[in-house]
Each structure stands twice: as C-alpha cells, then as structure tokens.
Design a protein. Structure first.
Length: 268
C-alpha cells in the first residue's frame, strides 16, 4: 500500500541522521551523518587495531557562524560551516593513551577531509575504558563504561572542553543498484562515475527562486573508492547541463559503499 511505502521511506530517511554540509557554501552538497560515520569508523579501526570505537557524532562546530548555502538545502539540512567530530573509544592499556588518542584524532580528521570532503574544525575524543589484554568485543563498541579521560583539541592541538554527546544514528544499509529512471536529472546523475544509485527524495520541494529558477534535488549513493564531494560536484554539473532553462541543483549523499580492504580511496 502507498501508506506502507511512505512509512518505510520516512523511516529510512530518519535513519540517515543529520544532513551535514559537504564542502563549502558554494558546493551545494550534503551528506547523511550515517554515511559519513561509516567511513570514519573504518578509518579509526585501521588507525589502531586494538582500539574500540563507541559513540561517533558529527555536528556543526559553531552553528552561529554557519554560512548561507548557494542553493536550497535539503529538508533539515545543516547550513555550511566547519564541523565537529565527537568520538568515544576504549583504548588498549598496553600503549600510552596520548599516542593512541593522537593517532585516532589524525585518522578521523584525515578521513573526514580527504576521503569524504567534509570541512572539519575540531575532533573531540573521550576515553570510556582501558582494555586489558585481548578482547572478543565486537568492533564498534566502546566496552563497559569506566573511568573516563577526556580529550578535545582544535586543528592546532589546543586542549578544549569535552562534550558529553556520544549517541550514534542508525546506519544506512541500502544496497547500491543502477536503475533506469525516466526523468532527465536522474539519468544525468547516473551517468557520473561514482554514482551507484539514485535514492528517492522525501519532503516538499523548496519554494521557487526569484526569476522562475527551478530547483532540483538529487539523492545518490556513492560507489566504493570515490570521494563523495567530488562525485556530488560532478553530479551538479551534469544535471545542470542536462536541464533546459535556469536551474539550481543540490546533491545529498545518502550512502557510501565500503571499499575492499586492499583498495585505497580514489581522491582524484
């Protein structure tokens, strides 16, 4: 039934978490928090095999300083501005904690910027437990809460106040597939290398811009090994070229496929 399909679509949209700005104000791109945290979790796990990541969140570092996007944002999309990555983790007890924390911070920061295209202003870390010896705990959990040592720094490594926020949104597990849509924007988007599929767009369309400029919002899943910001910019260019008449285009990345362990991200 139509109502059941709508309910499922709304639940899937809510599972995406926050819609984060991808790139800067002029880029017209956003990414679901669930898609971004999946990439960051893989980077954190690779940085220190004995480490266990817990809560991982991405928010605007300073909402008051956020800029106005060049095109209409998707419904509930955050305005462009530097982001704050907040992570909880359980650390192995056989290694100096500052070294583990710095390695994790560097991995998260690098993955956010180089593998995704996020603009990061701070990475905040909180230690929730020390792991004694080997553990069979599944990766991605923080272990039992213990005496917590907190750490937060900006890009310059300066220590600042810690944040208690550590809840993580539900991940998106939509399987990539290439359909054959009939509308021009979707066909143009699917022609871009790195676009795995087109996701349905929820929410009412934004009001028309002055001068009869039409707005098109595209939601995509990105293939493994592709940088979401680069793919989103290419999609905007392709859709703009395919449309007739004045148009603005925004792109929301809803999922990023995990690359094979031996594959390095394509940032070109």
């Amino acid at each position: 039934m139509v109502a059941d399909r709508w309910t499922q679509a709304v639940r899937a949209q809510l599972g995406l978490g926050r819609l984060l700005p991808l790139g800067g104000p002029a880029d017209g791109a956003w990414i679901a928090e669930s898609a971004a945290t999946g990439v960051l979790r893989r980077a954190g796990a690779a940085a220190s095999p004995g480490l266990r990541l817990g809560g991982l969140r991405i928010t605007l570092a300073d909402p008051a300083a956020a800029a106005r996007p060049a095109v209409p944002a998707p419904p509930s999309g955050s305005p462009p501005g530097p982001l704050r990555v907040t992570a909880e983790f359980a650390a192995p007890a056989d290694e100096p904690l500052p070294a583990v924390a710095e390695r994790l911070r560097s991995a998260l920061w690098s993955a956010a910027e180089r593998e995704l295209g996020l603009v990061v202003g701070a990475v905040d870390l909180r230690v929730t437990a020390l792991l004694e010896g080997a553990t069979d705990e599944p990766e991605g959990t923080a272990g039992a809460p213990g005496t917590a040592e907190t750490g937060r720094s900006d890009r310059g490594g300066r220590a600042v106040e810690a944040n208690d926020d550590g809840e993580e949104p539900a991940p998106s597990h939509a399987a990539p597939s290439r359909s054959a849509p009939s509308d021009t924007p979707s066909r143009a988007a699917l022609s871009v290398p790195g676009v795995a599929r087109i996701a349905p767009v929820l929410g009412a369309p934004p009001p028309p811009a002055p001068g009869d400029v039409r707005h098109v919002q595209i939601q995509i899943a990105v293939s493994a090994g592709r940088r979401p910001l680069d793919v989103a910019l290419a999609v905007r260019e392709a859709v703009t070229a395919a449309e007739q008449g004045p148009v603005t285009v925004s792109v929301l990345v809803t999922a990023v496929a995990a690359p094979p362990e031996s594959a390095a991200p394509d940032r070109g």
